[in-house]
Structure formats: C-alpha cells, structure tokens
Design a protein around this ligand. Structure first.
Ligand SMILES: Nc1ncnc2c1ncn2[C@@H]1O[C@H](COP(=O)(O)OP(=O)(O)O)[C@@H](O)[C@H]1O
Ligand SMILES: [Mg+2]
Length: 427
C-alpha cells in the first residue's frame, strides 16, 4: 500500500517514518515535506501547497495512493478531508465540521459545556468594549484567547489586568486576521499540563499513551512559548486511574456530543489537559490532529502498525482493534535556530545527521530542506531527536547523545527536557 502525508514539520517526518515501519507500506509521498522526508528511503516529496486539495487529489488518484494522512490543523479546518473523501480517497483526519473543535475555541467551549466536560469557565465576545468590561469585572490572573487558528500565538496568560487588556486590544486590532474576530476570556487554571491523544472512528475512542511537552523556550520552562521544545511519553502524571477518568469525563462525552450534532468525527482527538492540584483533569483545549512534538514520542512506541490503526478509524472498525505499545519510554529534544521563537536565520548547513543512527536515537527533521545534497536549516524548530530507553533517564540520555552528534551554526536546545520525570519509572 502507498500513502500520502500532508504537511512539512517534525510531526509529518515522524508520521512518514512510522507508516514505513509497517511491512504493508511500500512508499510514502509527503506534501510538501522537508529535508527529512526528502532523504528518507521509500519516501519522496511533492511540492504542492497543503491547501491545493485538487492537486493532491489528482496526484493521489493517478498514483494509486490509498491512504491520505493529514498532519496539520489548517488544511483540516479548510475541509481537506471532505474534499478528498468526495474524490473517493481514504483520509485520516476529521471532516471540516469536526475540525472546528480546534479551529474555534468558542465553538469548542460551547461543545464542552453541552457535553458536561470539565474545563475553565469562559465567555466569548465579538465586541471589544464588552470584553474589556468583563475583564475589569473578573480581574487578573485571567486568560485571553483569539478564537481561531493562530499558530500557537493567540493565547495570553495574563497575570495583570494591563496585560489582559493589551491582549484583547491586540486581538481586535486584526493581528490574527479572521481568527481574532472573537475573543475567548477564560478563568486561569493551575496545575500540570498533559496531552492525551486518542484515535476515534466516530463511535469508539481509544486513547494513545499520554505525553507531556515543554512549550517554553527556556530551561526551567521560562521565557516565551514556542511550538514545543521537547516532549516525553508515557508520562506518569496521567496514571491509569486518571486515564480512566479522561476517557469517561472527556473523550467519550466529546465524541457523543459531536455525534449528536451530526458530526461523524474520525481521526485524532487531542485533549490538552490541566491536571489540577486536586488531581482532577480539566480540558485546556482540543486539537484535531497529532501534536508536534508529541507525535515524535508517541509514534515510536506504537507497536501496532500505524496504518492499521488509521484504517480502522476510517472504516469504523476501531472497536475490534487492540492497540499495542512497546515497553519503555521516549523523549524528544527539539533543536531550534538561534533567535527562535522570534526571528532566526535560515540556510545553515546541518552536519552529523548520519552519525545519530549509531546512537540508536531517531532524528525527525522539521524546518529543514535539501539543498544541493546537503540538509540546511529552513525554520525556527529545525529538528527533533527522539531517544528511546527502558527508563526515562535512558531515553533522555539517548536523545542527548544523539544531539551531541549534530552541529549547525547557532543551534539551540534545552538541556532539561523531561526534568519532571527524571527518576520516575516508565510505564
Ligand atoms: N485557562 C487556562 N489557565 C491557565 N493556563 C492556560 C489556560 N488556557 C491556556 N493556558 C496556557 O496557554 C497555553 C496555550 O493555550 P491553548 O488553549 O492550548 O492554545 P493554543 O495551543 O491554541 O495556543 C496552554 O498550553 C497553557 O499553558
Ligand atoms: Mg495548546
């Protein structure tokens, strides 16, 4: 079977790699892909825009690519699944109506309230004056969110009323385009964050192993937020008992309520959780796709072939599938270009990629491209190195041993990925 993966980040390199672990997958085409997917055996890149649904459909049909996997949220929110399915293709990723669970935070909140899912209290405003009046009344700390997709930059956790007011003004100033036509103001929650990704065929919903990521650029989780500087799985913060509650209180009600609304949601449902100091799971947000870098630690531990899981979701057979996992732990350390998440240079040649294999660690490239036989940096998050091991210590050490082989000008990575789970046994 041949597959097509849509996207160009570390998540998509991981999806391609994971699909190719299966003996049934002979070839993968990545649209548009990166330097990693350009050089991976049995994979090639196709330089189309992820929003070029017609081009993607035509290529997949002509070349008999039987499975299409959509990595990023943007094309899902634009309806890529509906379009490609209409052309007779098998697509992993929810329909446009379902993708609203990520593409509109106000819509997702309303769904959570209707479903009785525990989450921060929130109100959506499309009027700036009303939003500001509400802020005054609530006070800080408070959280201000642009409603729509903002590439991870639309949320301000405001510790002062001033910061909150500024965030509201910024959103209504048009900085986020249509994504900022509404603002969601929500109660500030404390606790530890964790990600529970689940796969669903619209009826059955099966959680994957839980993960945690490090969003901040700086060590000790300080400084501005990024797309993610590292991750690890299976995080012990989400105990089996807690997972049970997430299944019952979050995942199942979400799918049931989507179904009541006539939405046949199939693909990944990703619950971003806050585990409160009392130990209760509360939803921060839902995403409609794999996390990046969560995919880089969850997929390498998947024992069941990925395409089997995906086809079971697409074909409504998830009920009969037992998803199996490899023992041990995985940790991913992201390597960024100097200056990220602000402006950063591109084009630096990356050395040592081939040497990483000797360490047993896996390199998943993100912002890279192939240029005249070399891999060069082409984005803020340049690549991730995933280490594996029997324990978190071993997995983390493996990732850093891998990173030591890699060299490029101005490379930056955090040295404390996984500090919360050091010394804790892996599931
Ligand atoms: N209600 C909240 N209380 C405390 N922190 C929050 C809250 N909502 C969001 N955050 C913080 O902001 C981050 C980004 O918010 P999120 O809703 O996940 O938006 P996005 O991922 O789309 O940027 C979260 O990972 C969390 O750290
Ligand atoms: Mg988030």
């Amino acid at each position: 079977m041949k597959a097509l993966v849509v996207g160009s980040g570390g998540r998509e390199h991981t999806l391609v790699w994971s699909l190719l672990q299966s003996p049934k997958i002979t070839e993968v085409v990545c649209v548009p892909g990166n330097g990693g997917t350009a050089t991976l055996p049995h994979c090639r890149n196709l330089p189309l825009n992820v929003s070029d649904f017609e081009g993607i459909a035509r290529f997949a049909l002509v070349n008999n690519l039987e499975l299409v996997v959509v990595g990023p949220e943007q094309p899902l929110a634009e309806g890529i699944t509906d379009y490609l399915q209409g052309q007779g293709l098998k697509v992993f990723g929810p329909c446009q109506a379902g993708a609203q669970i990520e593409a509109s935070k106000a819509w997702a909140k309303a769904l959570m309230v209707e479903a009785g899912i525990p989450t921060a209290k929130a109100i959506a405003f499309d009027d700036e004056a009303a939003a500001l009046a509400y802020l005054e009344q609530q006070g800080a700390p408070i959280v201000v969110k642009a409603d729509g997709l903002a590439a991870g930059k639309g949320v301000t956790v405001a510790h002062t009323l001033d910061a909150a007011t500024q965030a509201v003004a910024e959103i209504f100033s048009g900085k986020f385009g249509a994504a900022g036509s509404q603002v969601v103001i929500e109660e500030f929650m404390t606790g530890q964050e964790a990600s529970v990704l689940a796969v669903t065929d619209g009826q059955t919903i099966t959680p994957l192993i839980p993960a945690q990521d490090h969003k901040a650029i700086g060590e000790g989780d300080t400084g501005p937020n990024t797309g993610g500087m590292g991750a690890y799985a299976p995080t012990p913060v989400v105990t089996p008992a807690l997972m049970e509650r997430v299944q019952r209180e979050v995942l199942e009600p979400a799918i049931a309520t989507l179904r009541q609304r006539g939405i046949d949601y199939r693909g990944i449902l990703y619950a971003g959780l806050m585990i409160t100091p009392a130990g209760d799971p509360k939803v921060v947000e839902f995403n409609c796709r794999f996390g990046d870098p969560e995919a880089q630690v969850v997929l390498p531990l998947l024992e069941t072939p990925l395409e089997e899981v995906m086809l079971a979701c697409i074909e409504g057979r998830l009920d009969g599938l037992e998803i199996e996992w490899k023992p041990g732990a995985a940790a991913c350390v992201v390597v960024a270009a100097e200056g990220y998440p602000d402006s950063y240079p591109k084009g630096m040649e990356i050395a040592g990629l081939d040497e990483v294999a000797e360490t047993g660690a896996l390199v998943f490239q993100a912002g890279t491209r192939l240029k005249g036989g070399s891999i060069v940096a082409n984005g803020g998050r340049v690549l991730g190195v995933t280490g594996l091991g029997d324990t978190f210590e071993a997995a983390i050490a493996n990732a850093y041993t891998g990173i030591d082989k890699i060299r490029f000008e101005g490379m930056y990575h955090r040295r404390d990925i996984g500090y919360r789970v050091q010394g804790i046994a892996a599931g």
